[in-house]
Design a protein around this ligand. Sequence first.
Ligand code: NAD
Length: 337
Amino acid sequence: MVEVGVIGAGSWGIALAKLLHTNGNKVTVWSIVEDEIKMLKEKHEHVDKLPGVKLPEDILFTTDLAETVQQKDMLVLAVPSVFTRSTAKSMAPYVTEKQIIVCVAKGIEESTLMTISDVVEQEIPCADVSVMCGPSHAEEVGIGLPTTVVAGAKTKATAERVQDLFMNDVFRVYTSPDMLGMELGGSLKNVIALAAGMADGLGYGDNTKAALITRGITEIARLAVAMGAHVETLCGLTGIGDLIVTCESKHSRNRKAGMLMGQGYTMQQATDEVKMVVEGIYSAKAALMLAKKYHVELPIIEEVNKVLFENKSAKSAVTDLMIREKRPEHTELEWES
Ligand SMILES: NC(=O)c1ccc[n+]([C@@H]2O[C@H](COP(=O)([O-])OP(=O)(O)OC[C@H]3O[C@@H](n4cnc5c(N)ncnc54)[C@H](O)[C@@H]3O)[C@@H](O)[C@H]2O)c1
């Protein structure tokens, strides 16, 4: 039996804790929120974030970070990306040399433009930091619907340990050495999901959605490749796969926030209504700064930023995308004559 500490008791932390328990591991879950731990201990269910998903009685819930981290074979860091640095800082004194930390949050730190795994490595240099992402909604993993994700690490051995920990007959885990591509795909798709939601809110159709998904992945790949990621990763589960699920799903908070903005809500009104961290809003800003740094064009992401931060209406953003200067779909393809 492997002992695992799950740090963060939101919907994803809880769904993964249940999965890890199903796989025969001893699981301890930490949250900074005392009321949340009290509720989990009493009800064995996260009634706010993952209602209806009953948790086994022998999963331990605690607000004691040392107890969750020390002597664990593996750690899963599942707090939302905005809390990654502060949580990693608090974990650092208890983490031992080469302890594996699996980062499952999606985001780019706005102030440093660092990926989540880079932030964790900076705060906990002794750890063996890996990532896991892909098209995977907690609501579906929580009830055991077939799901596929990717475990990324610097070494094959670590990626395979993460794969072995999580994989079962309804949760298939692939491996990859391209952590950067995985993390950029996972974070930037949230920005495109905001745009997809706006299109839904405006009452646009399947054609518009398909355009946003395909041109969206082109933008994400353009930036990711300029930063050193591999295009294959963006064509895979953590790129186009995660983008499709987020742009289509009723579970996506980014799509939902975008939909409200498409219906005329301001960013603030939309996030108040969603009542959860809408990570795409932070990643949108970060993506624009990265685009400047790496000299790449991200037209959809630029327009999303204008809607979010400059009070531009979603409708004019779509119109401006449609009337951009004419161009070929793939600039790198050669004409016969
Ligand atoms: N929900 C999903 O389906 C899903 C799937 C894949 C990846 N993710 C990623 O996993 C991460 C967590 O997502 P989630 O859906 O569980 O989010 P969530 O909004 O459900 O998580 C909120 C949780 O964060 C914790 N928290 C609150 N304030 C905190 C603080 N100040 N410091 C540390 N922890 C604090 C609490 O446990 C709270 O319940 C995100 O980056 C998300 O993109 C989510």
